[in-house]
Design a protein around this ligand. Structure first.
Ligand code: NAD
Length: 380
């Protein structure tokens, strides 16, 4: 009975898709045929694209909703992540909007395709969590935000290194307890040290320039070197082994691919300078955590700052303070005095969140056919 009621309203054009959804939501169920069966005349511009938004955090919603074009889309915000198991919740949506820890494997994409979803909009730069071959096969368009604020991530990289090296996190806690002793807080000057940069894309180049500003030497490896940029900023390119073995601080700014998975492993970590510092704000699986723990225990690594972690999915971005952490390796890493971990927050600035919302909404509105997708946003 309810279905006929809603359907009738849709056919008469009395209510928009948003209003339809409000009625449906109040009834507590949704049948996508309500929209699918509506006559073609009602599927045009007066029907907004429904976007199923996953892994929603308060700041996501705030920045997406405050964007001027947000009202042109019909948002369905979910706090849970998108996986094959939760994909049925995209029923009735034309697009899904996802983040780094949603898992769009083949099974998930198959379900989305079956539901009529046409677009996967990643509100991040990396796309290693999407099976691109399967997306191609199912005719799903995948877009991302290629650059929202490389400065945000590069600056967080340097902030982590400074805090770790100068033990700011420990000093902060001490002083709050009125312990003004300096024992155990000795760091080193960044000036004159050699920083190795793996990946000189948008973020790596800015990080390298900041380190040059500190008076560091910067050596870099990238299969696609930016020679003019390097000459301008006094950065020297070298092969991967030379960079890894020739620096005091190694910072990672490369994508996670099958070729870079566990690039930092037992063998490569052993080649680094004894006592070197390692910073990773790129992707957790670039580092083999078991090998990392060994290198820290033996003193091969002097300090490690991580904004990403191999098994961060389901842990990072959430409050686990009232529970026992199940990941033994993460628990161990957090117990080391020379390890500093942030919870994938390098992107989290006002500028980056505004830009993520602007670019993602622009891509989602392309589904209405108003304009084409921006070339550098298209992954598939
Ligand atoms: P980018 O595409 O602009 O640059 C990546 C660079 O890595 C390219 O120049 C590429 O040639 C190079 N590269 C590819 N394979 C390499 C290899 N085997 N060795 C060395 N270099 C290699 O990417 P970007 O925007 O600078 O992002 C860098 C990393 O930062 C990505 O992993 C991205 O997912 C991550 N990221 C993290 C956050 C965060 O909040 N922590 C936010 C944004 C991006």
């Amino acid at each position: 009975m309810e279905a006929i009621f809603i359907h009738d309203l849709a056919i008469k054009g009395v209510v928009s898709r948003v209003a339809c959804r409000e009625v449906v939501d109040s009834l507590g169920w949704f049948d996508p045929r309500v929209v699918e069966e509506a006559p073609l005349s009602l599927k045009g511009t007066d029907f907004m694209t429904t976007v199923a938004f996953y892994d929603t955090k308060p700041y996501d919603r705030e920045y997406f909703e405050r964007n001027a074009d947000s009202a042109r889309l019909d948002w369905r915000f979910h706090e849970f992540r998108l996986t094959a198991e939760t994909a049925a919740s995209a029923s009735g949506a034309g697009a899904v909007c996802v983040f780094v820890n949603d898992r769009l494997d083949r099974r998930c994409l198959e379900v989305l395709h079956g539901l009529g979803v046409r677009l996967v909009a990643l509100r991040c730069a990396g796309f290693n969590n999407v099976d691109l071959a399967a997306a191609r096969e199912f005719g799903l368009r995948v877009v991302r935000v290629p650059a929202y604020s490389p400065h945000a991530v590069a600056e967080h990289t340097v902030a982590l290194l400074l805090a770790l090296n100068r033990k700011i996190h420990r000093a902060y806690n001490r002083v709050r307890e009125h312990n003004f002793s300096l024992s155990g807080l000795v760091g080193f000057d960044l000036y004159g040290k050699t920083v190795g940069v793996l990946g000189t894309g948008k973020i790596g180049r800015i990080a390298a320039q900041i380190f040059r500003g500190f008076g560091c030497s910067v050596i870099a490896y990238d299969p696609m070197p930016q020679l003019a940029w390097a000459a301008k900023h006094g950065v020297v390119y070298a092969d991967l082994e030379t960079v890894m073995s020739g620096c005091d601080i190694l910072t990672l700014h490369l994508p996670l691919t099958p070729a870079t998975h566990h690039l930092l492993n037992e063998t490569s970590l052993a080649r680094m300078r004894s006592g070197a510092f390692l910073v990773n704000t790129s992707r957790g699986k670039l580092i083999d955590s078991t090998a990392l723990i060994r290198a820290l225990k033996s003193g091969q690594l002097g300090g490690v700052a991580l904004d990403v972690y191999e098994e961060e999915e389901g842990v990072f971005f959430e409050d686990h303070s009232g529970r026992v952490l199940q990941d033994d390796e993460l628990t161990l890493l957090l117990s080391f005095p020379n390890v500093l971990v942030t919870s994938h927050q390098a992107f989290l600035t006002h500028e980056a969140l505004s830009e993520i919302a602007r670019v993602t909404i622009g891509s989602l509105l392309c589904l209405e056919g108003e304009s084409g997708f921006s070339g550098d946003a298209v992954v598939v």
